[in-house]
Design a protein around this ligand. Sequence first.
Ligand SMILES: NC(=O)c1ccc[n+]([C@@H]2O[C@H](COP(=O)([O-])OP(=O)(O)OC[C@H]3O[C@@H](n4cnc5c(N)ncnc54)[C@H](OP(=O)(O)O)[C@@H]3O)[C@@H](O)[C@H]2O)c1
Length: 420
Amino acid sequence: MEFMKRPLAPESPIFSLFDGLEFMNFLVGDDMIADRDAKHALKCLRNLTMRDAGMKFRGFRITINHYIYPRRPAVRAAALTDVSVMGKVTCPWDPTIDTSMSLPTFTPSTTADDVAATFAEQIRGKNVLITGTSVNGIGFEAARVLAKYANLVIITGLRLSEETIKKEVPSANIRQLVLDLSSMAAVRKAAEEVNAYSEPLHVLIHNAAAPAGKKITLTVDGLERQMAVAQIGPFLLTKLLAPKLLAARSANYTPRVVMVSSKGHMRGSGVNLSTVAHPDPEKHTESDGYFQAKSANILFASELTKRAEGKINAYSLHPGLIHTNIEHNEGAKDILIIAGILTPEGLPNLNSPLKWKTLGQGAATTVAAAFDTRLDAKPGSYLVDSVEANDQIAPHSSDPERAAKLWTITEKIVGEKFTF
Ligand SMILES: NC(=O)c1ccc[n+]([C@@H]2O[C@H](COP(=O)([O-])OP(=O)(O)OC[C@H]3O[C@@H](n4cnc5c(N)ncnc54)[C@H](OP(=O)(O)O)[C@@H]3O)[C@@H](O)[C@H]2O)c1
């Protein structure tokens, strides 16, 4: 059709595109709405621009995102001014179009802003919880970028991150949550608070981690701190929020859980299954706890994906090497200075063979794991530089038997069994 050939700028109104179309169906949630409603939906779309509607030209064709069309008249009226568009990209008149063809290939220099702009339509309308969002951290940067598009971003870092995000994104819908992952009682309290929110949860990002210390430290629950903060607390939180995640599920959308792991998981021999529940200070070296916890993150993402059987998809990732708060911790700093990653002054060693990333580049993989639609086909994957990199997982962290054993051990520790 002629209109399909007209190139339109993102600011162009989209309504004229529908001239000449005799009828049109919109996908609403999981249903196709009737023609009568479609006419009303067209009216709602009258003021939308190409960018608002998430429409893109693919060659001479157009794709349109699912239009969320409220069924109740009062809400529908409000939608005239506040239209939300989200969901998987489909083309009403040609659903066979492969819309992934024109997505960019991400590289180590891709930033979180790049990824979020690419998947802006997917992020719109979504509710995301991200842990460990202290200013100058990877989680903060991911939250800042996601807040530009998301319906709601729940953050758990107290260090002024809400104020800092709002300065840049005044319209951001941020909610702060007090969460201490080192205490199971505190995790339960936080989960109770989140479960009382009216909104479903589309994405749960486990970014928080305790910095590698010099000595093994035990938590109030008698667990090794690294494992508690980066793995056992997140396991319990995921279990308790699973109903909220499942409530976000539809025929076109699968909720996601993201584990921010590390390439450091390769160091050592992976999770010591015999000490997870009963940590033994004799069996720990100074940074061992951190590496074990990061290995556990990868095992958890693949096992969760397997057990959820398509109802929740989980991913793990290595963000890269980024100068954040974590390196300011004395224990972590000493380890990194000895490894030559930091200079003796504690600054990034730019001559180290490891390449440093900016904060924006460091948060890119987290945003990709949360929203890149191409990963729907790769559930359970480990990502590096915003793309799937399962070949970079150490054998001990991709062993399904170990993943299943860790799951059972962790269920016993938290005293909860997952149900999907
Ligand atoms: N930076 C890197 O080069 C690098 C490399 C590989 C992987 N990673 C991973 O990236 C993630 C983010 O780290 P980052 O480098 O951005 O460091 P970061 O800014 O220090 O982030 C860690 C976050 O975890 C929070 N946290 C610590 N203990 C907690 C607890 N008990 N309960 C709840 N939250 C807690 C911290 O809060 P407070 O600030 O309040 O302590 C902070 O917000 C971590 O999982 C880390 O392992 C980082």
